[in-house]
Design a protein around this ligand. Structure first.
Ligand SMILES: CCCCCc1ccc(-c2ccc(S(=O)(=O)CCO)cc2)cc1/C=C\c1ccccn1
Length: 238
C-alpha cells in the first residue's frame, strides 16, 4: 500500500483519527446523549452551511472479544451486510492492499431527505501501544471519504455524503494462573467509535438528529453483538 497515491493521506488521517479517538470527552463540548450498560454515546451539535454534521464519539467495553476481532469484522466487506442496517448496496471499487479498500455504499433513504451514497477508503492497522502497560496493542479501522472519477458524486439519484469514521479497539487480558491457557472469559475490549458525516446536501436538522439519536446506539449494539456471536466458537484472534 505504501506506494499508492493515496497512502500519505491514508497514513496521516488514520493516525490523526487514532489521536482524536483517544482524547477524553471531558473537554470539547461533548454531550452524553445515550447510555446502555457500558456503552456511552456523546455528540457535539455542529452545523456547516446550515447542514447538521454533529460529530459523534461512542465508548464501549465488550467482553470476550479482542480488538483485532472487532476491527476484522468492521473492516471486512464479506460480512458488512450482516450487521450494517444503514446500507442498501455495498461495492468494493478498489483494492489498494489487503488492509486497505475503497467502498461505494448506497445508504437507505431517510425520508424526506433524498437518498445518499458514500465513497470512502477503509484502512485497518495494528498500532503498538507503548504508554499503556497493561493494555495490549491497539487495532484501528479508519474510513474516510475519497473521490474516484469512475464514480462521480451526485450524478444519479444519490447525494454524496462526506464522512470520517474510526473504530479504535484495545484488548485487555486478565492473565489466568501460570500455564493456564487464556479463554474468552479473560478478555475485554475497549472500543471508541468516532464519526463525522456531512450529509452533502440539505437535510432537515430535526430529522437527522432524530435518526442519529435512534440509529447510532442501535448500530453499535448490533455490531458488537454480531462480533461476539461470530467469535464465540472460534479460536481467539489476538
Ligand atoms: C440525510 C441522511 C444523511 C445520512 C445518510 C448516512 C450516511 C452515512 C452513513 C454511515 C454509517 C456508518 C458508516 S461506518 O461506520 O463507516 C460502517 C460502514 O458502513 C458509514 C456511513 C449512514 C447514513 C444513514 C443513516 C445512519 C446514520 C448514522 C447511523 C445510522 N444510520
Amino acid at each position: 500500500a505504501s506506494q499508492h497515491r493515496l497512502w500519505p493521506e491514508i497514513d496521516r488521517i488514520s493516525m490523526e483519527q487514532l489521536r482524536y479517538a483517544r482524547l477524553g470527552v471531558g473537554e470539547g463540548g461533548w454531550q452524553l446523549f445515550a447510555e446502555d450498560g457500558e456503552m456511552k454515546m456523546y455528540k457535539r451539535e455542529e452545523e456547516v452551511n446550515g447542514m447538521v454534521v454533529d460529530p459523534l464519539k461512542a465508548c464501549h467495553v465488550v467482553r470476550g472479544v479482542t480488538g483485532h476481532e472487532m476491527c476484522h469484522y468492521f473492516f471486512s466487506p464479506d460480512v458488512r451486510m450482516d450487521w450494517e442496517t444503514t446500507v442498501e448496496q455495498m461495492t468494493v471499487i478498489e483494492t489498494i492492499a489487503d488492509d486497505t479498500l475503497v467502498f461505494l455504499q448506497v445508504h437507505k433513504r431517510i425520508w424526506p431527505a433524498s437518498q445518499r451514497d458514500s465513497l470512502f477508503w477503509s484502512h485497518m492497522r495494528q498500532v503498538p501501544d507503548h504508554n499503556d502497560r497493561d493494555g495490549h496493542d491497539i487495532w484501528i479501522v479508519c474510513n474516510h471519504s475519497t473521490e474516484n472519477p469512475g464514480f462521480p458524486s451526485n450524478n444519479g439519484k444519490c447525494v454524496r455524503v462526506s464522512l470520517t469514521v474510526c473504530l479504535v479497539c484495545q484488548t485487555f487480558i486478565d492473565p489466568p494462573k501460570e500455564g493456564v491457557p487464556i479463554t474468552r472469559d479473560d478478555i475485554t475490549c475497549k472500543i471508541t467509535y468516532c464519526s463525522v458525516v456531512n450529509p452533502g446536501g440539505w437535510a432537515p436538522a430535526s430529522v437527522l438528529r432524530a435518526v442519529y439519536k435512534r440509529e447510532y446506539p442501535k448500530f453499535l449494539k448490533r455490531f458488537t453483538a454480531y462480533v461476539i456471536d461470530q467469535c464465540k466458537d472460534k479460536p481467539i484472534m489476538f
